[in-house]
Design a binder for this molecule. Sequence first.
Ligand code: 13P
Length: 354
Amino acid sequence: MTAQDLIGTARALVADDKGLLAMDESTPTCNRRFATLRIPQTEETRRAYRELIVTTPGLGKCISGAILYDETIRQRKRDGTPFAQAIASAGIIPGIKVDTGAKDMAGHPGEKITEGLDGLRERLAEYSRMGARFAKWRAVIALGAGIPSQGCIEANAQALARYAALCQEVGMVPVVEPEVLMDGDHTMEQCRHVTEGVLRTVFAQLSAQRVVLEGMILKPNMVLPGLACPRQETVDEVADATVSRLLRVVPAAVPGIAFLSGGQSGELASARLNAMNVRFKSHLPWAVAFSYARAIQQPSLEIWGGEEPHVPAAQRALYHRAACNRSARRGEYAAAMESNVGATGIPQLTRPAA
Ligand code: 13P
């Protein structure tokens, strides 16, 4: 594995206006989402749900890479095909979440530090043998009274950089995810300030740990007001605030930015991504893509509800959201796609005559 292979994988993850599908919910998170919909929380239901995702017809037309979880990468389709192999056969690059979760940070009430560095070199080698070509690590930064602290930002940024360096050592592309959370009543301006500080610290640490910027993907939050903030900016205002801030702090050598959705609705996540590409795509140094979990999966999960007969409809819903986000990368997403889904799940947009 050479640096060129690494760079080739990173570029492939954001090529052709596709994006990433995060299907790496940890077992507790997956169970929590199942419980809300009264879906039984067993290893078999989690497997069946992931089989629904990886067998969705045409998914590889919109999705470049899929992020698996430790349980999932060890699971198989009913016909015995390992999920990583099924994904690769669909033209999608298999990836894996490798952090072991965000834990309460000592001495920092209300803040978290993401763990998982111990034994990571060996785990990465195993995942690589299982077919994973990229990996994800998520750090979470909360906003509130007196937080985030510099100590929390620095500790998380250093862990992200150490993880990224270990990934590149084994030839896997690190997807570096520092997430400034949407929870709370903070303003978009506060989110913008914190996001800029976090990203500056993350890139300083990536540089200190000698991470090859050309061989990584950044997975940040959009710059958004808190969910409980009374003032909610327009789609265009969010696009402007997000891109203007990222332009200041993300080096041009990074091939792509793939946003997390963070609890936005599927429609808003598509509309905001679309606005960034409509307004700025032609003069940005990096691709502006997506790496959504809930904003792609949620309608599909609700339709499935744990019921086998609902699988085809759930797959159409999954494909629909993936296709909307591919359209958003092209700046061609329109709200009309949401009410006009054909029997194939493919948005039927009639473009106005030029
Ligand atoms: P959401 O898009 O649901 O925020 O998930 C993205 C992700 O991978 C979180 O780590």
